[in-house]
Design a protein. Structure first.
Length: 166
């Protein structure tokens, strides 16, 4: 191969966004996911259809996982009931599903302490680059393996309730 052609092709490949190189997402045709349950201490996430567990995933949490998220920068993962309220196919962490943190109660508590509650909490992948960062490494989000977030992303719809327990 001509060196110029090789170099041009190499530079063009680097210019393509990471998400364009990702695997094709498979459509989900199983039972509707009606809720997501997270147990922080167990490091487990369960996708439920009614009362039936249809999938279970190992998770990683914020870098300071004990207790509920209260303030911006505390490294904690929220606890409580929220809703999946957005999705990001161009996430720097492969794919992500937004969680409706902070709630009205979360905001009121933080403001009463004179602090910001933070936000931008997601269920997301690792994007490969975050391999080996340890058990809990996020800023408060819930992380799963990239191949798992691909499936979760297709299974869980906006408006799905998510309950996060200690």
């Amino acid at each position: 191969m001509d060196r110029r052609v090789f170099l041009s092709a190499s530079f063009a490949a680097m210019a393509v966004p990471h998400t364009a190189l990702a695997r094709r997402l498979e459509p989900y045709e199983g039972p509707e996911v009606t809720s997501v349950i997270i147990y922080k201490k167990r490091r487990k996430m369960y996708l439920l259809s009614g009362d039936e567990i249809i999938e279970t995933y190992k998770i990683e949490l914020g870098n300071n996982p004990a207790g509920p998220k209260q303030f911006q920068g505390d490294g904690k993962t929220p606890e409580g009931s929220y809703v999946i309220n957005r999705r990001n196919p161009n996430s720097q962490f492969h794919l992500s599903l937004g969680i409706s943190y902070p709630s009205v109660r979360d905001v009121a508590y933080a403001r009463a302490q004179g602090k910001n509650p933070g936000g931008d909490i997601f269920i997301h992948g690792r994007a490969g680059k975050n391999q080996g960062k340890g058990r809990d490494w996020t800023a408060g989000c819930i992380a799963v393996a990239d191949h798992h977030i691909e499936k979760i992303y297709m299974m869980v719809r906006d408006g799905t309730f998510i309950h996060i327990y200690p």
